[in-house]
Write a protein that binds this ligand. Structure first.
Ligand SMILES: NC(=O)c1ccc[n+]([C@@H]2O[C@H](COP(=O)([O-])OP(=O)(O)OC[C@H]3O[C@@H](n4cnc5c(N)ncnc54)[C@H](O)[C@@H]3O)[C@@H](O)[C@H]2O)c1
Length: 367
């Protein structure tokens, strides 16, 4: 499969690292995938990106890539506001699509894209890479097996400290015109997706946004008035009646890449921390009580790199994993589904479902 890459910043690098290294991590792949061409906004960065990728073709026109018959897949790694137009063109050109989150910057756009993709029978995946960590996959398995029973509540926070420094310059992720919404879209989209994936559809949201530093210096060295949230706090309810909190923040001093997730059911509970991605904590509410504690307590499941075959072979399944491994499995799952007749998940429709929740959060905050 030939891939056209649009945007080559941190995620362009991440996706291309995944494609280039697939063969190390997965045995006897029945397909090959490689980048054919890359597009960025400037000639010199596009040329540098092609050099980095070891390919000859680069351009500043995404249309050139999207309309190229030799290209099967469009990989979208641009800032949020640009996703919609690129998605629309890629769907019309009949390409398979791998698109970074958030899908778009409004629910109306996201819904239109999801419907258009379905109508045109397009295979499209939204990149919610945290779903692809073994601990989260094991959490999904335990919930699907009924080990938690009816889910009653949840907590999910995604914390960074990147905006806690008032001297840090504002970039596009702090500019609402380009990001659509700040930390809510950037980190909140991942947190909402994890709750949606594990606990079901979210139908109502109460929320509050926060801007702690109303002014900073922009990329041009001039004073910049912050117009995108630096933190977002939500109380949510799912279709099945579970209630919980979702928080996204870039002003959490001391945080690195901290997702802390807990799901509480009638029969048990689960806890996960992204800074300790090798472990899933499972509490079996049916374990016997007794003197000195009986058999109760959290079991720390050693998920490590235990992917089913053809994954889990390199490095050894016992070796600790990290953020990049989740991205790698996300990319593998997408390419495998493109090659075979498996469904592509999480789909563009799932991206639209998450976008709906983000929009509910924005609306409630405005009120
Ligand atoms: N899933 C994750 O773990 C994760 C992490 C970070 C960012 N993201 C998402 O990835 C996307 C990109 O973020 P990033 O951090 O890589 O940004 P970035 O600023 O590092 O890179 C953006 C790239 O897009 C290019 N670009 C901008 N406008 C373009 C256009 N109109 N046409 C072609 N190229 C264009 C820029 O030249 C640059 O190469 C965003 O949607 C973001 O939300 C996802």
């Amino acid at each position: 499969m030939k891939i056209g890459l649009i945007g080559f910043g941190s995620m362009g690098k991440t996706h291309s690292w995944c494609v280039k290294n697939l063969n190390y991590f997965y045995r006897d792949l029945p397909f090959t995938a490689e980048y054919e061409a890359v597009c960025t906004t400037k000639e010199e960065t596009a040329k540098a990106a092609a050099g980095f990728l070891g390919i000859n073709r680069y351009t500043v026109s995404e249309d050139e890539i999207i309309n190229d018959k030799a290209i099967d897949i469009i990989d979208i790694c641009t800032p949020n506001v640009y996703h919609y137009e690129t998605l629309k063109k890629a769907i019309k050109a009949g390409k398979m699509i791998y698109c970074e989150k958030p899908l778009c910057i409004s629910y109306a756009q996201a819904k239109e894209i999801a419907e258009l993709a379905e109508k045109n029978n397009i295979k499209g995946q939204i990149v919610f890479n945290n779903r692809f960590l073994p601990a989260i996959m094991r959490a999904k398995q335990l919930i699907s097996e009924g080990k938690l029973g009816r889910i009653l509540s949840f907590r999910c926070e995604y914390l960074h400290s990147s905006a806690a420094d008032p001297n840090k310059k504002a970039g596009w992720k702090q500019n609402k015109d380009i990001c659509g919404a700040g930390t809510l879209f950037d980190l909140g989209s991942h947190a909402v997706d994890l709750v949606y994936y594990l606990c079901g559809e979210i139908i109502s949201v109460k929320s509050m946004s926060q801007i702690a530093f109303p002014e900073r210096i922009g990329q041009d060295g001039k004073l910049w008035k912050t117009n995108a949230d630096e933190a977002f706090y939500m109380i949510c309810k799912t279709k099945t009646g579970a209630v919980g909190t979702i928080e996204a923040s870039k002003i959490a001093v001391g945080a690195n890449d901290d997702i802390n997730l807990a799901v509480y059911g009638e029969k048990g509970s689960l806890k996960f921390s992204l800074m300790e991605p090798n472990w899933l904590n499972y509490y079996d509410g049916n374990a016997s009580d007794g003197d000195y504690g009986g058999n109760r307590g959290y079991t720390r499941i050693e998920c490590c790199g235990r992917y089913p075959l053809p994954g889990g072979i390199f490095p050894s399944f016992k070796a600790p994993i990290g953020w990049l491994r989740g991205h790698l499995h996300s990319m593998y799952s997408f390419l495998d589904a493109c090659h075979s007749d498996k469904p592509v998940l999480p789909s563009l429709s799932d991206g639209a479902q998450v976008q709906k929740v983000l929009e509910l959060a924005l609306e409630n905050d405005k009120q």
